[in-house]
Design a protein around this ligand. Structure first.
Ligand code: CA
Length: 225
């Protein structure tokens, strides 16, 4: 997942940048409207985080411009302008969510995760993370071009983790995501699925790993190769 943070305060760029990178997101920084439009035109970002008060213009106008140009990925506004009217005009400009400053970094990450898992806002029919791609329509997963030998339930596990890559996904939410109606998945079954999927990833030489967060769940990360 690659994000663009548009923020003119160097201090906030640094603080928020650290939070987002630690959460596993690829991140680029822009400090002006001009930078933002240039970056968004050249890199297929999964999400934009945009401050409204920028030195060369207003973030709302910039978001309008992007939407008019067909940019269809989620946009989260972060701004000190927190009145109801400000929020309404922000959302009317084409932003998907609005976080008034100051905010808790945990809440920022939660909003980002929520926006990234909205159906229809995924990067097309093919999901990507690191060397791994999952084409749900074709029912296939690849790593570095190699077909991964995964069963349906393992591929679905991969999708659940990829959609929230970098964030810890609770075991219970994996259980409910993979349970079919009338067929509950046990927590042992989740462990077995994770362990086999993990082995397939390792065997394929993939740069993606599934780490266990003891007592909580699992997190998908890229590993340096
Ligand atoms: Ca500003």
């Amino acid at each position: 997942m690659r994000l663009l943070l548009v923020e003119d305060s160097g201090r906030l760029q640094e603080l928020l940048g650290e939070t987002l990178r630690q959460a596993g997101y690829g991140l680029d920084l822009a400090g002006t409207v001009a930078d933002m439009l240039e970056c968004a035109a050249s890199v297929p970002y999964d999400l934009l985080i945009v401050d409204l008060g920028l030195p060369d213009g207003d973030g709302i106008d910039a978001i309008n411009t992007l939407r008019n140009n067909g940019f269809n990925k989620p946009i989260l506004i972060i701004t000190a302008r927190g009145s109801v009217d400000d929020r309404i005009s922000g959302l009317d400009s084409g932003a998907d969510d609005y976080l008034p400053k100051p905010f808790n970094h945990g809440e920022l990450l939660a909003r980002v995760r929520a926006l990234l898992r909205r159906p229809g806002d995924l990067s097309g029919p093919v999901l990507r993370f690191g060397s791994v791609t999952v084409d749900e329509a074709a029912a296939e997963a690849h790593s570095g071009g190699k077909l991964l030998d995964l069963r349906l339930s393992e591929r679905r596990l991969l999708v659940v983790l990829m959609r929230r890559a970098g964030a810890v996904v609770a075991k219970a939410s994996i259980e409910s995501a993979l349970s079919e109606q009338g067929r509950e998945l046990s927590s042992n079954a989740v462990e077995a699925l994770v362990s086999r999927t993990r082995k397939v990833l390792v065997d394929s030489g993939s740069d993606v790993s599934i780490e266990t967060v003891r007592g909580v769940g699992y997190v998908m990360k890229t590993i340096a190769k």
